[in-house]
Design a protein around this ligand. Structure first.
Ligand code: NAD
Length: 494
């Protein structure tokens, strides 16, 4: 059986904790491997290597750091299929989706290639007589990344590309459910010319996470995962004096107005709800349908669902794979079991005829959903789309703004004025106008509002560069003996 260990100081090292977790094949339901779960001592060893490497890496020229990113870009490009296959094997997502994940992760490496430009400071000549002022940004030191199961390649790339390009060294703790992509990326970084020790992977669970959160040599923590854990990471990390960005869960609403192209809206909702089996933090999980078009929209959604091909992600024509684990599949099925009792209508029940063997559930549609029902109030993170009927645009907007999450949202309309008002009023971090999954391109930054993000900094893009650096301002004067005198007054600029 395959064994996934750790990556420290430029090579794979076997775990010594004696603890291991299972790696499942979600398409068959069988265990395909084990992952070593790191101990406190193993985390300490990885952090020590990263700390030792930091002075040399931060002193490496911008051009050289950029060159490593350019090479990494080429290596990921050349290995798209290999990385995607690892994602399909351990996460279960279909190949086309896995290739999309690699492509969107790669964007972040491409962004980091521009690090010499991104780290430019400002310069003010003659701020005072003979005095110049300039600002610089410097890396933080050893930074940690803790990542979720649903994007095992892209989310690590959101973090390490900018962190390394800025001159930090890195310790990654991937999801223990699908750890192989991180190990593969670590090897590519080595091939790209990143010095050994700059990037390390410690696989593990809460033990490893907690040690990273308290380790005195970890300067900053980037986290992506569920809201309860994000809150815990933020509170614990900041209490220990670390800079923390912790992205949490979501409940993304798509508001469909009567003037929208309903076929386009139905295509978008089905794609965004069931892609990756709904295991995306930007998945559409609630459609808010304005009453006058609700019946027509539900008809269109219902017509599209039976055509979705569900099966093992490695099969060429399959569009939706299994869920990540049996436990999670059963949890998602539980929302369908409860929905009718809470007053909702299960229009399409994905428990019927689901493929056998793996952790499968077919796409499901629930109508007449309302706040207060479990399927509305909780993040389901599976292929379940809820429809809430609303009387008006205003009622839909209020519902979105009242929701505790604020990751993504989408509005479908042909009315530009309403769309502009929506982006102005909505309390959500990422907004799509006739775009159902508005994941920002890598030269913007990714982040939700409210319970979808703890901390001040969004992830990747310009916010990423800011997060992984700190500012320094230098005020300088070159000695001019003619003007030197003792002056105990506070320095003034005029
Ligand atoms: P999770 O919170 O269970 O795990 C995330 C990471 O935290 C993993 O590395 C895991 O090992 C670790 N972890 C889990 N429990 C822990 C504990 N008690 N103490 C310390 N560490 C712990 O999330 P997941 O199930 O892997 O991923 C799915 C969740 O991630 C969903 O809620 C989804 O919305 C969210 N997500 C959010 C974004 C975003 O950008 N906002 C992106 C992807 C996923």
């Amino acid at each position: 059986m395959q064994r996934v260990s750790h990556w420290v100081d430029g090579r794979a090292v076997d775990g010594t904790s004696g603890r291991q977790g299972p790696i499942w094949n979600p398409a068959t339901g069988e265990q395909q491997g084990v992952v070593d779960l790191g101990s406190v001592a193993e985390v300490d060893a990885a952090v020590a290597v990263a700390a030792r490497t930091f002075p040399e890496w931060r002193a490496t020229s911008l051009a050289r750091r950029s060159e490593v990113m350019f090479r990494m870009r080429e290596l990921i490009d050349a290995n798209r299929k290999e990385i995607a296959s690892l994602l399909t094997a351990e996460h279960g997502k279909v190949m086309s989706d896995a290739l999309g994940e690699v492509a969107r992760g790669l964007e972040n490496v491409e962004f980091a290639c521009g690090i010499p430009h991104l780290m430019k400071g400002g310069f003010s000549e003659q701020a005072s007589g003979g005095v110049d002022v300039y600002s610089i940004r410097q890396p933080l030191g050893v930074v940690a990344g803790i990542t979720p199961f649903n994007f095992p390649a892209m989310v690590p790339m959101w973090m390490f590309a900018n962190a390394l390009a800025c001159g930090n060294t890195f310790v990654l703790k991937p999801s223990e459910k699908d750890p192989s992509a991180s190990m593969f990326l670590a090897d590519l970084l080595k091939q790209a010319g990143l010095p050994d020790g700059c990037f390390n992977v410690v696989n593990g669970d809460k033990v490893a996470v907690d040690r990273l959160l308290e380790h005195p040599d970890i300067a900053a923590v980037s986290f992506v995962g569920s809201t309860p854990i994000a809150r815990y990471i933020y509170e614990t990390g900041t209490r220990n004096g670390k800079r923390v960005q912790a992205l949490g869960g979501a409940k993304n609403h798509m508001l469909v107005l009567p003037d929208a192209d309903l076929d386009m809206a139905a295509d978008a909702a089905v794609s965004a709800a069931y892609g990756s089996a709904g295991e995306r933090c930007m998945a559409v999980s609630v459609v808010l349908a304005v009453d006058s078009v609700a019946d027509a929209l539900i008809d269109k959604l219902t017509q599209r669902i039976p055509g979705i091909r569900v099966g093992p992600g490695s099969e060429p024509d399959v569009e939706m794979g299994p869920l990540i684990s049996r436990e999670h599949r059963d949890k998602v099925a539980g929302y369908l079991a409860d929905a009718a009792g809470e007053g909702a209508t299960v229009v399409v029940d994905g428990r019927d005829d689901a493929p056998e063997g793996g952790f499968f559930l077919k796409p499901s549609l629930i109508d007449h959903v309302a706040p207060g029902m479990r399927c509305y109030d909780e993040e389901i993170f599976g292929p379940v789309l809820s429809v809430v009927r609303v009387g008006s645009y205003a009622e839909g907007l209020t519902m979105i703004n009242d929701n505790p999450y604020g990751n993504g949202t989408a509005l479908f309309t042909r009315d530009g004025g309403v769309a502009r008002q929506f982006q102005f009023d909505v309390n959500v971090g990422m907004v799509g106008i006739n775009v159902p999954i508005p994941v920002p391109v890598s030269y913007y930054s990714f982040g939700g509002w409210k319970a979808s993000l703890f901390g001040d900094s969004h992830m990747y893009g310009p916010d990423g560069v800011n997060f992984y650096t700190r500012g320094k301002v230098v005020t300088s004067r070159w000695p001019d003996p003619a003007t030197s005198k003792v002056d105990l007054g506070f320095p003034q600029t005029r």
